[in-house]
Design a protein around this ligand. Structure first.
Ligand code: HEM
Length: 265
């Protein structure tokens, strides 16, 4: 039995008049249904034309020697999706107000059904995502995958690292306890000490001269809308380039190929 889902298999050739058997209307309808896929999947496919893209993406060839290190990018993506899903549930209860932020976060942990689990997943998931993104970056660096023609994907990746770290910074303030408050004060002050742009950046992050309501609102908006939106869009561009360029072969195989060529000369 083929493992390829039915709607992705090439359509069976239609009988033609040259074969001596012109299809009856019922046969033609059956052939059309087989080509388009008769169920919901076929309905969607006929209207979106998604199957050539999915076929190309899911059944693309990967180079010899592809190994577990190549899964780190997908693992990072999984961590991001998990953060997005748990974040949506947290946002249903969290209140970005200096007088209520701490109690609303405590309410999630202590009273809300599965609140402690979801908050814990989001808290630890943030650390996991940062570890995974750096491991993935290390893999692409060590395997030389940043070289031509994948430089642009590397640059997109660097922006993704910066944005992921910004997620960490903006999220850390949200529980609004002593630790998160003072850690953010230190973080913003470090930014303020930067040349030329530093003080402006710090002013922007605080939402004024002092830490307060506007800082918390600003961090919350950046944490749950601006930065995840940018990360989502950039992951889309990143994956488009991965599917267009394919993944690179491990360096030891490239070296083998080169030495083979040299021997041929
Ligand atoms: C949210 C963060 C990221 C996600 C979701 C992500 C996802 C992926 C996926 C799924 C792949 C294909 C499989 C693989 O090679 O692992 C990939 C490839 C790649 N990524 Fe990322 N990535 C992220 C961040 C980064 C970063 C930080 C860098 C480097 C600065 C980077 C550079 C690359 C490069 C150069 C490739 C091509 C690898 C090759 O051709 O062998 N990515 N990424």
């Amino acid at each position: 039995m083929s493992l390829v889902p039915k709607f992705m298999r090439p359509a069976p050739p239609r009988p033609t008049e040259r074969d001596g058997a012109a299809p009856t209307p019922a046969q033609r309808a059956k052939a059309n249904a087989a080509e388009g896929g008769a169920g919901l999947v076929g309905y969607l496919d006929e209207r979106t034309g998604a199957s050539p893209f999915l076929r190309g993406f899911l059944f693309r060839k990967v180079p010899k020697g592809t190994n577990w290190f190549y899964t780190l990018g997908s693992a990072t993506m999984f961590a991001f999706v998990s953060q997005a899903v748990t974040g949506v549930f947290l946002a249903m209860y969290y209140e970005p107000d200096p007088t209520r932020a701490y109690t609303s976060a405590a309410h999630i942990t202590n009273d809300v059904f599965l609140g402690e689990l979801v908050r814990g997943m989001h808290r630890w998931g943030a650390t996991v995502m940062i570890i995974l993104i750096f491991l993935h970056m290390g893999r692409t660096f060590v395997f030389g995958a940043y070289k031509y023609p994948r430089e642009l994907n590397w640059v997109i990746g660097v922006v993704l690292v910066v944005l992921t770290l910004m997620m960490g910074l903006t999220g850390y303030l949200l529980p609004f306890d002593q630790r998160s408050f003072w850690a953010t004060v230190v973080g913003v002050n470090i930014n303020a000490s930067g040349p030329i742009m530093g003080p402006y950046l710090a002013d922007f992050m605080r939402g004024g001269a002092e830490f307060g309501q506007s800082t918390l609102s600003r961090f919350y908006a950046m944490h749950m809308m601006l930065i995840p939106g940018l990360i989502g869009a950039l992951i889309g561009a990143h994956l488009y380039l991965v599917s267009k360029l394919g993944t690179s072969a491990p360096p030891w195989l490239k070296a083998e190929k080169k030495s083979l060529k040299r021997e041929e000369i």
